[in-house]
Design a protein around this ligand. Structure first.
Ligand code: ADP
Ligand code: MG
Length: 260
């Protein structure tokens, strides 16, 4: 493998919350790589450290030890403008609960990251329209979050995560608050963004169906990787990949309840 294929390297990452009797080791030296253009899924039981992992990558929390390396650069060394640029432009974040601002329209929510980086609404307009069309939210751009369905809100949040053309999109249970119909729409859109716009996506999920859109899945347990599944997009259809995911989930500790 060519090193330029690696967009993100997670090296022996640990995170310990609290001290003494309240100490929790959320990440226990997890290591893996994310390749450019990959749609990587991370699956694991509730409490297995998935959100902690994404938050370390996004610099929302600081790991206790280990490294997050973006294109060969250790992000812990980023300060000032470089750190702001990393958070605002190189990483896009999609949350389970959308996290839209209620008093802004969809368009204003989407353009907020651009505004924070000094791009005028006018200059951002072409990009907003491009992503709105791709994500099928062009007709809600003037609406406020309260006037949108959950599915529309999540696709607006996806546009906001993509608008600054980030290197990597991090998604934490993005279908977790959606019904099955809207989950399917969102996953189809994310898969299209991955394929057609060559966006690298790192998605955490509980949901085997959502995970079946990925090209590779890492299963984490107790803060480290214990299994990996890869899908050849040409050779294996989504339904077959889904069956393999469910089989791994079922093997773990005697039932999928352990992963779900
Ligand atoms: P997941 O997203 O896989 O459900 P999390 O990363 O949220 O897992 O949590 C991993 C572990 O760390 C859990 O045991 C959780 O209770 C603990 N944890 C998460 N955030 C904190 C925090 N801010 N303070 C203390 N413990 C935390
Ligand atoms: Mg979580």
């Amino acid at each position: 493998m060519n090193t330029t294929d690696r967009i993100l390297e997670i090296e022996s990452l640990t995170k310990i919350y609290g001290k003494g009797s309240t100490k929790t080791e959320a990440l226990k030296g997890i290591s893996f790589e994310v390749l450019e253009g990959e749609f990587l899924g991370i699956m694991g039981a509730s409490g297995s450290g998935k959100t902690t992992l994404l938050n370390c990558i996004a610099t929302m929390i600081k790991p206790s030890s280990g490294k997050v390396v973006l294109r060969g650069q250790d992000i812990s060394g980023f300060r000032g403008a470089k750190l702001a640029n990393y958070r605002g432009k190189e990483i896009g974040y999609l949350f389970q609960e959308f996290e839209l601002l209620d008093n802004l329209t969809a368009e204003e929510n989407i353009s907020l990251p651009m505004a924070l980086h000094g791009v005028t609404a006018k200059a951002a307009k072409a990009d907003i329209l491009k992503w709105a069309s791709m994500l099928d939210i062009a007709d809600v751009l003037d609406k406020f979050p309260a006037q949108m369905s959950g599915g529309q809100k999540q696709r607006v949040a996806a546009a906001r995560a993509l608008i600054s053309n980030p290197e990597v999109v991090l998604a934490d249970e993005p279908t977790g608050s959606l019904d099955s119909k809207n989950s399917k729409i969102l996953m189809e859109k994310l898969a299209e963004v991955n394929r057609k716009q060559h966006k690298t996506i790192l998605m955490v999920t509980h949901d085997a169906n959502a995970a079946s859109y990925c090209s590779r899945i890492l299963f984490i347990q107790d803060g480290s990787v214990f299994h990996e599944l890869r899908r050849s997009l040409e050779k294996e259809n989504r339904a077959a990949f889904y069956e393999r995911i469910v089989a791994v989930m079922a093997q773990l500790g005697g039932g999928s309840a352990n992963v779900l």
